[in-house]
Write a protein that binds this ligand. Structure first.
Ligand code: PEP
Ligand code: MN
Length: 468
């Protein structure tokens, strides 16, 4: 099994920061999670069909390389020390149908524009991580759903089953694992091709313009930044006598919630030039809030892979519990290994976050702190529609910066659900979307996302907060 799992990889031309090897965790294999309670997993009715799909998946090529994974760990270690800032964002869940050229490139455009705003304002390089190329599995609050006295399994994301409310769609279908891998690979391939082709070149921010936002109220502020960056670039290039290489190509990394453990296990491989095991389906897997139980299968799986790991932290997380989790996931306090993503809600963050910050600080642990201002601010309107208010999202982020400053810790990143489409899913923002606007372009089948303008506005807020 070991030999089959060894991947052949090309070392990159340019090495990023080298992360010192530590050690392989004891009593761990890619399958050891199976002996632990695994919540949020679908029930596959035919085990032979599942095995067949997993056998195929184990043979398919990986989506990323160990070199990229270790390079990202170096970047996250820098962010933990205040030398970079993490921007992680994308859909709540990707859908197979959304694997299209415009949707992928529009999402990149938004993230590139946001990172330009952030670089300009924070005077820091930005680590860009998409919630894409694998964000297909969703945790749910109930296993089943009843409509008109019919009960069916809940929708768990396109890699498990379909959203339509009929028995066939809701059946957990292992063939979707293969399709999910393929869609992830297509997304990844397109992102890499765009980036390699110069799409992300800072000399050409006009490539990232989105047609429908020409009259946005934020455009003039954004244009001024673009102009100012262009001037600085030209100045530096005049001094250097040539193009400044770093700015011609920016990197994107991928992330998704490591939820569906059979899938993650099948993409967990060894490589010839690095010791240990890597999840080669993504650079940066994270553990969701509902699966962060210290005795659970998700923590068991993640402790053994060498990728950087994110962990969602919510209002109910206790300081001692968090410290034990850190011990399990990062026993050697390795730089860039752990990112703690707090998602408390604007109402609770002032009370819930400080005890966690002081406990982690007092323990001497080095982690990257990141704020997800989305998931603690979800609400259901009387109409049943799920939304988030921009003012609450902004408020949580705003408070998080201040709370970190007061605690002597550093907020080094932000985790957002966003899209490059002109959706109306979150209320408020520069155009002050109201409840009645939500019916106009509500496209998410899971959580509500920031649209382009709301995303850019949030980036500007971060700059105002941190950049002064
Ligand atoms: C998510 O990121 O989509 C999610 C479900 O988050 P959390 O685990 O924080 O609830
Ligand atoms: Mn979500």
């Amino acid at each position: 099994m070991m030999d089959a799992a060894v991947q052949h990889e090309q070392a990159p031309m340019k090495r990023e920061r080298n992360i010192a090897p530590v050690r392989q965790p004891e009593n761990w294999t890619p399958a050891s999670w199976q002996a632990f309670p695994a919540v949020q997993q679908p029930t596959y009715l035919d085990p032979a069909e599942l095995d067949l799909a997993l056998d195929q998946l184990r043979e398919l090529p990986p989506l990323v390389t160990s070199w990229e994974i270790l390079a990202l760990r170096g970047l996250l270690a820098d962010a933990a020390e205040g030398r970079r800032f993490l921007l992680q964002g994308g859909d709540c869940a990707e859908s197979f149908d959304d694997c299209t050229s415009p949707l992928i490139s529009n999402r990149l455009k938004v993230m590139l524009q946001m990172s330009l705003v952030l670089t300009h304002g924070l005077k820091l390089p930005i680590v860009r991580v998409g919630r894409f190329a694998g964000q297909y599995a969703k945790p749910r609050s109930a296993d089943s759903e009843t409509r008109n006295e019919v009960t069916l399994p809940c929708y768990r994301g396109d890699i498990v089953n379909g959203p339509a409310f009929d028995a066939e769609s809701r059946r957990a279908d292992p063939r979707r694992l293969i399709k999910g891998h393929a869609r992830s690979a297509m997304t990844m391939n397109f992102v890499r091709a765009l980036i390699d082709g110069g799409f992300a070149d800072l000399h050409h921010p006009e490539y990232w313009d989105l047609a429908w936002v020409a009259h946005s109220p934020l455009q003039s502020e954004y244009r001024q930044m673009v102009e100012s960056i262009g001037n600085s670039l030209r100045f530096m290039e005049t001094l250097a006598g040539s193009a400044v290489g770093e700015f011609q190509r920016v990197d994107f990394h991928t992330s998704h919630e490591a939820l569906l453990l059979h899938y993650e296990e099948a993409l967990t491989r060894q490589v010839p030039r690095h010791w240990g095991w890597f999840n080669l389906s993504t650079h940066f897997p994270w553990i969701g809030m509902r699966t962060a139980d210290i005795g659970g299968a998700h923590v068991e799986y993640c402790r053994g892979i060498r990728n950087p790991i994110g962990v969602k932290v919510g209002v109910s997380t206790q300081p001692d519990q968090l410290l034990r989790l850190i011990d399990v996931l990062d026993p050697d306090n390795e730089p860039g290994r752990l990112t703690l993503i707090h998602r408390m809600g604007a109402k609770h963050v002032a009370k819930a976050l400080p005890p966690l910050l002081s406990a982690v600080r007092a323990s001497g642990r080095k982690v990257l702190w990141c704020c997800d201002p989305m998931h603690g601010n979800t609400e259901s309107l009387g109409s049943g529609v799920k939304t988030r208010r921009f003012e609450n999202i902004r408020d949580e982020l705003d408070q998080a910066f201040d709370i970190h400053a007061a605690a002597g810790t550093r907020l080094g990143g932000v985790h957002l659900e966003l899209t490059g489409e002109n959706v109306t899913e979150c209320m408020g923002g520069a155009r002050d979307l109201t409840e009645s606007d939500l019916t106009r372009a509500y496209k998410s089948s899971v959580d509500p996302r920031l649209n382009y303008e709301q995303s850019l506005e949030l980036a500007m807020l971060i700059v105002r907060k941190r950049g002064d």
